[in-house]
Design a protein around this ligand. Structure first.
Ligand code: ADP
Ligand code: TRP
Length: 335
């Protein structure tokens, strides 16, 4: 039995990609875990956007989404990253054993540099904050402070987990076995969900379909997914089809086989979109109601998080005492 941990940044409304990549697999995995940690990465969100109203609104939305989808706060440590201050302390300690070269290779940083290069900027670091550059270290602190075994994430986060492993191994090498080396859990059957524009669905690209949009809005968004101009009766390719990408993310194996047949038999796009709506809507219907309940009862959500934060902080402090001891920050009368 292992412990699992995962977080979502509070930089926008929870979307279908967060659900299939993080929320659903994490809640599944919890059932067979000895301990679980699910949190709102609110300090991480500053890296992506700095709108106080958005951070605040998103925090309630993401917490409500976790609870609506079945997170049981009696069985899981549920907290805001910002309220477990030991994470930021560990972040600093780890910054000092992480080589700059490792961070130079981080995808998010390289993507920001590439954007500058495309814009023919002379200074490739223009507009890039130290926060973005250090992003993987804070993520390592999130994970390592709780001796995490398994981190369920979408495949876009694979590199961050590899960096966490490198950072932990370096610490252990320098100071002796202290930090547990975690494993990423990336569901092979679940693809990265694409956004309405065909890029990865992300809060950062504003191309997302909200997890709990009302039925009508969900239908409308799904109808907007771009398809080719093949007519009903003409066989359709599943490869490179955004619509199929959604079926893959939501359908059971058996239903997906049926979907394959529907594509090759040439079912019309309109009908396929309607099938997709039914599939997603059936899965989310009950949780949607609970989601709106929590959104309208922010005081309940706040109380649940506060409780989780007290417990998580106690555990984090225990780990941090060990880490501080190892680096020589300990009572002066101790050997
Ligand atoms: P965003 O890119 O929208 O800001 P986050 O970075 O907060 O999302 O991601 C939180 C979790 O959701 C991560 O585990 C990430 O891998 C997963 N995730 C985000 N977008 C997608 C997607 N389009 N498909 C699958 N998983 C995703
Ligand atoms: N970096 C993750 C993302 O952008 C969010 C996150 C922050 C996270 N800390 C984490 C995920 C720790 C898993 C474990 O998707």
């Amino acid at each position: 039995m292992s412990s699992i941990l995962t977080g979502i940044t509070t930089s926008g409304s929870p979307h279908l990609g967060n659900y299939v990549g993080a929320i659903k697999p994490a809640l599944e995995k919890i059932k067979e875990s000895k301990k679980s940690f699910l949190f709102l990465a609110d300090y991480h969100s500053l890296i992506k956007q700095q709108d106080p109203l958005l951070t605040h609104k998103s925090s309630l939305e993401i917490a409500s989404a976790w609870l609506a989808c079945g997170l049981d706060p009696e069985k899981t440590y549920f907290y805001r990253q910002s309220k477990v201050s030991q994470i930021m302390e560990l972040n600093w300690i780890l910054s000092n054993i992480t080589s700059k070269g490792l961070l130079n290779r981080a995808h998010a940083y390289k993507a920001a540099q590439d954007l500058n290069s495309e814009k023919k900027q002379k200074d490739l670091d223009k507009g890039i904050t130290a926060g973005l550059f250090n992003y993987p270290v804070l993520m390592a602190a999130d994970i390592l402070i709780f001796d995490t075994d398994i981190v369920p994430v979408g495949s876009d986060q694979k590199q961050h987990i590899e960096m966490t492993r490198d950072i932990a191994a370096r610490f252990n090498h320098l100071y002796g076995e202290t930090l547990k080396i975690p494993e990423a859990l990336i569901s092979e059957n679940t693809p990265i969900l694409l956004g309405t524009d065909g890029r990865k669905m992300s809060k950062s690209y504003k191309n997302y379909i909200e997890l709990f949009s009302e039925e009508k809005a969900l239908k409308k968004s799904l109808n907007q997914i771009v398809t080719d101009s093949l007519m009903p009766g003409e066989p359709k390719e599943t490869k490179n089809s955004v619509l199929y990408n959604y079926f893959q993310a939501f359908a059971t194996e058996i239903y997906l086989e049926e979907v394959n047949k529907m594509f090759s038999n040439g079912k019309g796009w309109g009908e396929l979109k309607s099938d997709l709506f039914d599939l997603i809507n059936t899965e989310l219907k009950d949780s949607r109601e609970k989601y709106f309940y929590f959104l309208n009862n922010a005081n309940e959500v706040e109380a649940i998080l506060k409780k989780g934060e007290i417990q998580a902080s106690l555990l984090a402090e225990k780990k941090l005492i060990d880490v501080r001891n190892k680096i020589g920050i300990k009572p002066l009368d101790e050997k």
